[in-house]
Design a protein around this ligand. Structure first.
Ligand code: FEO
Length: 395
């Protein structure tokens, strides 16, 4: 399958309807994904990115339906990660002399991954490659999200090939942003930003401002995952600027794990207290042992504050909570407040440990949290509700 994107630009990628886990087990893809590769057939022919390795043969066979491979003049590798470079070995077997345009780091990583001495042509921001009447302009985008990442812009068509940036994991035969369910699309974009790009937010703002400074007209953004932005492509750029700027909604998210329901009961009483104190705030509860961690991270991203609860076990905290705290530490959330809670039977260290680890992960811990011995009785439930009220007032 291939599809015309605009004039001489064709999508030649792969929709992966089956994908449910990405980056190993790191990222859940409930809606599948796609690996977008683009063929530009001007006087010179350029191929932008490829697809993930398991689809390499299918990809090259499909590409051969679209063009005689010997007519490809340039391969552009915007990003070396395996989901976009995985078909390079199969492709380059057919066209070993064709130059591969990439950043300096891109060449290093591709050599490290595939151990091939391909004809690498290193490019920097502002370098141009003529396709005849139109040209490609390269813009390095280091750490968005790998050191090698770059954008490629096609003059004349006003199309930005942004690779991972502005993408989402969403398999759809409709391919364009104006043809898919808007709520589903934005949810997947937000999840993608929250789970992948959050730590790089300062660079996102800097890079977008830099690219806007070039004053390049923008008709379309062709990402490497999911749909193509052709209807008001600036909308996703504006979203990125908002998300990168310490984004938060009026939401408090309560994340917990529980052994015998005592910590769950605490969570629900705290939620009731928050609602009693503030009927405007959105309160959401998730048992992390039963919740997809990337969906939970997305809710943290939306939140102005979070509460994390765990029973005490073996002088520590439950493993689902520990895993989330580790993940959140790496994501470097900013400008979010937090509190901790949990039930215990004898030693009761969990709440203190949660507070410490939340602070380590960059959250502003607003108080000492609340503990309940064994199961909450009426007094325990009241204490949790009061805690919820106090917490709501302090955030
Ligand atoms: Fe879609 Fe960073 O690879």
């Amino acid at each position: 399958m291939s599809m015309q994107v605009k004039n001489n630009i064709y999508w030649v990628g792969k929709i992966d309807w089956e994908l449910r886990k990405f980056h190993g087990d790191e990222y859940s893809t409930h809606k599948g994904s796609s690996y977008n590769s683009y063929l530009i057939k001007e006087q010179k022919v350029a191929l932008i990115d490829t697809v993930w390795g398991p689809f390499a043969r299918e990809y090259v066979k499909n590409l051969q339906q679209e063009i005689d491979l010997s007519q490809i003049d340039y391969v552009i590798a915007c990003h070396s990660e395996n989901d976009h470079s995985g078909a390079l070995p199969e492709l380059m077997r057919h066209i070993p002399e064709v130059p591969i345009y990439c950043t300096k780091n891109g060449a290093k990583i591709l050599k490290g991954l595939y151990h091939q001495d391909w004809n690498f042509q290193v490019v920097k921001t502002g370098d141009k490659l003529s396709l005849g009447d139109k040209e490609l302009i390269f813009v390095e985008a280091p750490m968005l999200h790998w050191p090698d990442s770059m954008f490629t812009y096609l003059t004349g068509e006003e199309v930005l090939f942004s690779n991972d940036a502005f993408g989402q994991h969403l398999a759809s035969e409709f391919m364009f942003n104006d043809r898919v369910d808007q709520a589903e699309l934005m949810q997947e974009c937000l999840k993608y930003y929250a789970n992948i790009l959050t730590p790089f937010s300062p660079m996102v703002i800097r890079k977008i401002k830099e690219v806007l400074g070039f004053n390049l007209p923008l008709d379309m953004i062709c990402t490497s995952h999911g749909i193509i932005w052709r209807d008001n492509p600036a909308q996703i750029v504006e979203k990125y600027l908002a998300w990168a700027d310490n984004y938060q909604e009026n939401q408090i998210t309560i994340l917990y794990d529980t052994m015998w329901n005592s910590t769950r009961l605490m969570a629900e009483e705290i939620a009731a207290g928050i609602r009693a104190a503030d009927d405007q705030v959105t309160v959401k509860l998730y048992n992390l042992a039963k919740t997809d961690k990337n969906d939970a991270i997305t809710e943290v991203f939306r939140s102005k504050a979070i509460l994390v609860g765990s029973s005490t076990i073996n002088n520590g905290i439950l493993v689902a909570i520990a895993a989330l705290l580790e993940e959140m530490k790496g994501l470097k959330f900013k400008n979010k407040k937090a509190g901790a809670f949990g039930s215990y039977g004898w030693s009761g260290e969990a709440v203190k440990q949660l507070s410490t680890r939340l602070a380590d992960a960059g959250f502003e811990v607003v108080d000492e949290g609340v503990r309940v011995l064994w199961a909450p009785d009426a007094d325990g439930a009241r204490a949790c509700r009061e805690y919820g009220k106090t917490f709501a007032a302090s955030v």
